[in-house]
Structure formats: C-alpha cells, structure tokens
Design a protein. Structure first.
Length: 134
C-alpha cells in the first residue's frame, strides 16, 4: 500500500522508496536517531490536535468520532464508512483505502452530513476556514 507520505518521500528522494520497501519486506532495519526537535514537534502537534478537536466539540458543538489507529486497516476503513453513513460531523483519524493507496485524515469533516437533516452550519464554517487558510 502507498500513502501520501510515500509519494512525498519518493519525490524528495527516489532511493528512499527502495529503502522503505526493503524495510517493509524485513530486509533492512530503519536506523533510529534521537532528535529532540522531532519529539518537540510531535508534542506540539498533539497539543494542537487536542485543542482543535476540543474547539470543534465544545465551541461548535460538533460530534467527533475517533477511529482507533490500533484497529486493523480494513476494519478501520469499514468503520470510517459506517461513521460517515451514520452522519457524524467530524471523524478523527478517518481511514481510507483505494487499491494500493491508503491514508488517514487527522480531522475529516463530513460535509454530506446535512443530508441527514442536520444544519449545514459546519459545511459553511469549514469552507470559510479553507478560504482563510486554516
């Protein structure tokens, strides 16, 4: 399976794809280098995600469904589809797959949820944020 990160890595360095495929096949082990900067970015990113999800739930009153990342990929994809059909406003870690392509979305707005009889306030707010670059 290939993700958007795989494509970005390939475009940055073609040899990186060869290394990633060898690692996935168990032929090599990826070296680990301790980098406090990476740890800080992960921590700040996690804080930002929690803050944003809190804002969506508390300030905007949106239902947020979290897809467990520990769930097997096919099961997580099926769960995402079920949650979309049920009409949840926002799906955190929505999981998608189409053939060899796969990915997760940090916060996925269900723009079709207004078809379930709900207001389209979320849809308007989402498009407004996108225009403002948020």
């Amino acid at each position: 399976m290939f993700s958007a990160s795989d494509v970005a890595n390939f475009l940055a360095c073609h040899h990186l794809l060869t290394l990633d495929l060898a690692q996935a096949a168990g032929q090599i082990e990826k070296p680990f280098f301790h980098d406090p900067g990476i740890e800080l970015l992960r921590e700040l990113g996690g804080r930002h995600e929690r803050s944003y999800l809190g804002h969506l739930a508390e300030a905007q009153g949106l239902e947020i469904v979290k897809i467990p990342t520990s769930m097997p990929w096919a099961e997580a994809t099926a769960h995402t589809v079920n949650v979309l059909r049920r009409g949840a406003s926002v799906i955190y870690q929505a999981t998608f797959q189409n053939g060899p392509w796969h990915g997760r979305s940090d916060e996925f707005p269900n723009l079709a949820y207004s078809a379930h009889g709900r207001t389209n306030r979320w849809k308007r707010n989402w498009h407004d944020q996108q225009r403002r670059g948020h």
